[in-house]
Design a binder for this molecule. Structure first.
Ligand SMILES: [Zn+2]
Ligand SMILES: [Zn+2]
Ligand SMILES: [Zn+2]
Ligand SMILES: [Zn+2]
Length: 259
């Protein structure tokens, strides 16, 4: 790693903080203090600028390499700030079962700082190039987006190549996305243009392999031979409505008056 490597992509909509992060070379350990008031790393020489602020000093290498885990705190307004603190179980799954196994040599993490810092510390033979906020044109790339299943229509309109997976993406309890977690578990799914058969199940209990769809789906998601797909979106049972010619939630009854 060279000194020009940056501290990932932390985006703060309200202030100019993300810029400070992006410009901070963390591998030069001169910047070993972190100010929570200014959201910035600073050196011993700059101490006088932060005298009345809340800060941590003399951070070690490990803390600096995993700031989401050891330094940064989630913003207080959980609902208005999307904070992507993926659960460690999901981070391990994504890195070990998807990223390491595939033949990628570059990874762009946008808004996925917990994945980024785990990847960077991963003891793999593979050395990735990390690219930040660069427009990449005409190179072969794959995409994984994390969004709730109910945004599927908008996502597919914008990215017609993407397909939704059934895997329920869990977040840590401090994450704002954990708040949308209902009885059905996390509503967040992966949308990807990678072949869906390459995604093993997240666990051995809740998923089954559908040989018609060639992918793992939730156990409760039944394959519909009319739609030629496992049609459930939220994981709950769906049934085919022959009048609508599509699958709908199992409890729905077709209304002939309003269709
Ligand atoms: Zn400060
Ligand atoms: Zn199926
Ligand atoms: Zn159907
Ligand atoms: Zn119907």
């Amino acid at each position: 790693m060279s000194k020009s490597e940056f501290l990932g992509c932390y985006i703060d909509k309200n202030e100019d903080n993300s810029n400070k992060f992006l410009k901070t070379p963390i591998f030069s350990y001169i910047f070993s203090h972190y100010c929570y008031t200014c959201s910035t790393l600073f050196s011993q020489d700059e101490r006088s600028d932060h005298i009345d602020h809340k800060y941590s000093e003399s951070l070690n290498r490990k803390q600096l390499q995993q700031p989401c885990r050891h330094i940064l705190q989630p913003l207080e307004n959980k609902r208005s700030n999307a904070q992507f603190f993926f659960s460690q179980t999901f981070i391990d799954y994504l890195i070990n079962k998807i990223i390491i196994k595939d033949s990628w040599d570059s990874i762009i993490c946008i808004g996925c700082s917990t994945i980024f810092e785990n990847l960077r510390c991963h003891k793999s033979e593979k050395k990735f190039h990390y690219i930040y906020l660069i427009m990449i044109i005409e190179i072969q790339r794959n995409l994984i987006l994390f969004n709730p299943y109910f945004l599927e229509k908008w996502i597919i309109d914008a990215f017609p190549n993407l397909k939704m997976l059934d895997h329920k993406i869990e977040y840590t309890s401090i994450s704002s996305l954990n708040l949308c977690r209902g009885k059905k578990g996390s509503p967040v799914r992966m949308f990807t243009d990678i072949c869906r058969s390459k995604f093993p199940p997240l666990d051995d209990i809740n998923y089954k392999y559908c040989f018609e769809c060639n992918r793992y789906t939730l156990l409760t998601n039944q394959h519909c031979f009319q739609c030629q797909s496992c049609t459930s979106k939220d994981g709950l049972p769906y049934k085919h409505c022959s009048l609508c010619q599509r699958c709908v939630k199992a409890e729905r009854i077709h209304c002939n008056t309003c269709n």
